[in-house]
Design a protein around this ligand. Structure first.
Ligand code: ADP
Ligand code: MG
Ligand code: MG
Length: 874
């Protein structure tokens, strides 16, 4: 049997997204459950892949099948392609498996030509409508298929309006539109040297090819990269008979969300325009009406619409994003999909759906993108500062968040200056898909036109970016790089602040405050905690981070890096003197100076953590990192050490290493300079004793030895630690429980984990070093080539941000197995960057780790990701 590349909507269903794309599968599903969908058919994603395989051409086989289905569509609609009396018009719509809003191209009114336009006018008794549709078609086809710059058409349209003193497109008469069609065709002739194609079948094939090609346009590629959508899944194309929202005042078009996509509130949320077609609402050409106003125009239609939205939400059991068109008072559905939402909305909707009995808690948790929670952990504006700030304007609260930055008026410039570390607010009349990169780069987006479902609003919400849209009181001049509000002009580079939750635009930079977890967020986190097995700790080396992490639900510290404490301005002189000491005695003298400070650090951290476990790692970095390299600094240091400048310089020089990351660092430091480990152990233990006594707590410190590769290294350093502790406890006649464990970050440690486990109370995978050493990629140099590795598909993703499960992961798995074979209750965690990455967390759950440890701001993400891992692996 021949492969089937085309399906009628009536042949498909919602489960066929791989083949029919999201749009096609849902059009089929809506058809299947009896909703009013204009008939059509879908050309599959496999046809798209075939298209790329055969040199970006449609094969004869696929073409033939398209014609067969075109005939079926003619039969179904009773209209005929290219027919002068009763012409069939279609839309050609892209639609990949995963929705990529506005990323690829759509063409409406295909099938019109100089003859069918007459038929359409005659049949509808509406010449104005017919020519309006024709000029739209030439414009879209010109843009998408013929690659003619769209502004060439738009300028003519604007000129026509201006010459006649019109404000809105709808004021143009049939005569004006006829003239525009003439002008548009002239543009086409001039640009491509050929007449606008008149044969509808040729139009159709050209359009299908263009949609397939649009899969690889730069903005679609950029979107996929940012959203981690594979490049090889291809797009489907939907050919659908047209319904017209632009036929008169009993027609219209709109979009709606079944719940508020910004806050999650359970309230129909939508916008529409009467006498308009397709993209008009989203493109922000006129400011649309809110969906409630449909009631005023037709209570019956409104009621019918509400009912359909309820059917859809119950059917899909999730918030839906719906496109509809009204043709002569009849309602049609053109699209439904699970609506994109902010993190705020995501948690509220998930919680509400559980309470409404539509879904279970587990499903609710799976529906929240853990990475997206990041949005809720961003700071908000300080309310005191807000009161004093000057409000410049108020627009629509299109996407929540608090953003301050310098104003830029083009996506290009925004991207450029953001690369140099500048905070940017992108200000546009309205945004279009070309602006995507600039939107990614900006802190927030401000537009003058467009509603809550405009391009800027939808895309910003998808990105979790702050956006204020439709701020009609500001006048933006993108060419002059300025905007005017209340008679005053503001220029490129000026600071403004946006509050995406209120829609207010402020002058200047406004300070922010830290977020907290409460309400719906708290509830969802509670559910996650009830389910997950993995514990979540944090990486923190100071009391402030420790406190933040505890507030976000951290159950302990998995990694406290002691070196950060050494860089402190007051301490670095003593640290340097210690490192440059010639004798042990000298070193001990300076270490004694450091001891009280280091002890104080630990006491403060213990106070924040209460009785939660705290893992403290002994000094790890190459000592050279602490030394001065400027002449002046060396001079001062030499003076205070009472040695000559040259001598000191020589010593510093002699400490330089060719490969410091593989050099004298980690446990190698403790082995050569045991006195450093002694001082640190003292500080850790004495601090624990003092706070335990003071607070009546039982603090059980966990001392961690870095960079161990052989059990003998561990034995050596462990002995130093244990002897030191024994001495302290004996002197004080006191008892204190503690653990001595090791990092597993050298491949040899993973390979010999059974031996190492004999000496270790716990393991903690240092996946940064483990990745570095397993791949042989220097983390500090890999940036230069890793990007290219990803582009050339040698690597799927950066192994330093998401764990390489196949290679590095294999070492982790092996070490867990060997370690637990030796010591079945061995406590094992991970404290590398990967501890906050949801995909890596799922892996760590699977291989049986006890906890992950990540930066404070990723703790809530890890809590949710750990619950999701458990649910999926049930
Ligand atoms: P996008 O993915 O950019 O939303 P769509 O394919 O959904 O592109 O179409 C763009 C616009 O055209 C939408 O507003 C849609 O509702 C409208 N549209 C698409 N097909 C038809 C049709 N057959 N009749 C009327 N309007 C249509
Ligand atoms: Mg759409
Ligand atoms: Mg390390």
């Amino acid at each position: 049997m021949l492969k089937k590349y085309v399906y009628m909507f009536s042949e498909g269903n919602a489960d066929m997204k791989d083949l029919l794309g999201g749009k096609g599968a849902n059009l089929a599903e809506m058809t299947r459950i009896g909703l009013p969908v204009p008939p059509g058919f879908t050309i599959t994603t496999e046809a798209c892949n075939l298209f790329y395989k055969t040199g970006e051409k449609l094969s004869e086989e696929v073409k033939k099948e398209i014609y067969t289905y075109l005939e079926k569509l003619e039969k179904k609609t009773g209209k005929f392609f290219g027919n002068k009396i009763n012409p069939l018009l279609v839309s050609v719509r892209s639609g990949a498996k995963i929705s990529m809003p506005g990323m690829m191209d759509t063409i409406l009114n295909l099938g019109l030509n100089d003859e069918t336009v007459l038929g359409l006018a005659e049949k509808t008794q509406n010449e104005r409508f017919a020519y309006d549709s024709y000029r739209r078609f030439i414009q879209m086809f010109g843009d998408v298929v013929l690659k003619i710059k769209i502004y060439k058409f738009e300028n003519l349209l604007e000129k026509m309006k201006k010459n006649n003193g019109f404000e809105e497109d709808t004021q143009l008469t049939a005569e004006h539109l006829k003239e525009l069609v003439k002008q548009f065709k002239k543009i086409v002739k001039k640009e491509i040297g050929e007449d606008f194609p008149q044969d509808p079948k040729k139009q159709l094939l050209m359009a299908v090819e263009a949609v397939f090609s649009s899969w690889n346009n730069p903005r679609a590629i950029a979107y996929r990269k940012y959203n981690e959508i594979p490049n090889d899944i291809g797009t489907a194309v939907n050919i659908q008979s047209m319904v017209f929202g632009n036929m008169g005042n009993d027609c219209g078009t709109g979009v709606a969300f079944t719940r508020n996509p910004s806050t999650g509130e359970k309230k129909l949320f939508g916008e529409f325009l009467m006498n308009a077609q397709g993209e008009d609402v989203v493109a922000g050409i006129r400011t649309p009406k809110s969906i409630e106003q449909l009631k005023e125009i037709s209570p019956k239609l409104y009621e019918q619409f509400v009912k359909i939205t309820e059917i859809l939400e119950n059917h899909y059991r999730d918030m839906q994003d719906i496109e509809f068109t009204i043709e002569r008072s009849k309602l049609y559905l053109l699209q439904t999909r699970t609506g994109k939402r902010t993190a705020l909305a995501a948690i509220r909707i998930a919680s509400d759906l559980v309470h409404e009995g539509l879904i279970q808690k587990e499903e609710a948790l799976l529906r929240i993108d853990s990475k997206q929670l990041d949005q809720l952990l961003h700071p908000t504006f300080d309310t005191q500062a807000l009161k004093q700030a000057k409000v410049l304007a108020k627009g629509l609260p299109a996407s929540p968040g608090a953003a301050s930055g310098k104003v830029y008026f083009s996506a290009e410039k925004a991207t450029k200056v953001a690369k140099n570390g500048e905070k940017v607010i992108l200000v546009r009349q309205e945004t279009s898909p070309e602006d995507i990169e600039g939107m990614y780069a900006a802190q927030g987006i401000l537009t003058a036109r467009g509603g809550m479902t405009s391009h800027a609003a939808v895309v910003a919400r998808g990105m979790g970016k702050c956006c204020v849209a439709g701020t009609s009181t500001i006048r933006v001049n993108e060419q002059k790089k300025e905007f005017i509000v209340a008679g005053k002009t503001y220029y490129e580079g000026e600071y403004i602040s946006l509050d995406g939750s209120t829609g207010k635009v402020y002058l200047g930079k406004i300070p922010t405050v830290e977020p907290s977890i409460s309400g719906y967020f708290q509830e969802i986190m509670q559910w996650a905690d009830d389910i997950r097995r993995l514990k979540v700790r944090t990486n923190a080396d100071n009391p402030k981070d420790a406190a933040t992490a505890v507030k976000f639900g951290a159950e302990g510290i998995g990694l406290c890096r002691t070196e950060h404490m050494f860089f402190n301005e007051e301490r670095i002189p003593a640290v340097r003197k210690m490192i440059l000491s010639k004798t042990r005695q000298q070193r001990e003298k300076y270490l004694a100076e450091l001891l009280p400070m280091q002890k104080e650090d630990f006491k403060e951290i213990y106070i924040q953590m209460g009785e939660r476990p705290v893992t403290i790692r002994l000094l790890d970095p190459p000592l050279h990192e602490f030394l001065p390299n400027q002449e002046q600094e060396i001079k001062t240091l030499a003076q205070s050490m009472e040695v000559s400048f040259d001598e000191l310089k020589d010593t510093i020089e002699s400490l330089k290493e060719f490969n410091p990351m593989l050099g004298h660092r980690g446990c190698r430091l403790a082995i050569t300079y045991p006195e450093i480990a002694v001082m640190q152990t003292r500080a850790i233990i004495e601090a624990a004793i003092e706070i335990s006594l003071e607070k009546g707590w039982k603090i059980k410190p966990e001392i961690m030895i870095p960079l161990v590769g052989s059990v003998k290294e561990l034995q050596n350093v462990k002995k130093i630690i244990v002897d030191t502790i024994d001495e302290i406890l004996q002197n004080k006649k006191i008892d204190l429980a503690y653990l001595v464990g090791t990092m597993i970050e050298v491949p040899r440690a993973a390979l010999t984990a059974d031996e190492i486990a004999k000496e270790a109370d716990f393991f903690s995978f240092g996946t940064n070093d483990l990745t570095q050493m397993t791949y042989g990629f220097s983390r500090d140099d890999a940036g230069k080539f890793l990007r290219e590795y990803e582009e050339k598909e040698i690597l799927d993703q950066d192994p330093f941000s998401s764990i390489d499960q196949i290679g590095v992961g294999k070492l982790v798995e092996l070490a867990v197995k060997l370690g637990r074979k030796e010591k079945s209750n061995l406590k094992i965690g991970i404290c590398g960057e990967h501890g906050g990455d949801p995909i890596s967390i799922a892996f760590f759950h699977k291989v049986g780790l006890d906890y992950v440890s990540c930066s404070p701001y990723r703790v809530p993400i890890a809590r949710l990701a750990a619950a999701q891992a458990k649910i999926i692996n049930k």
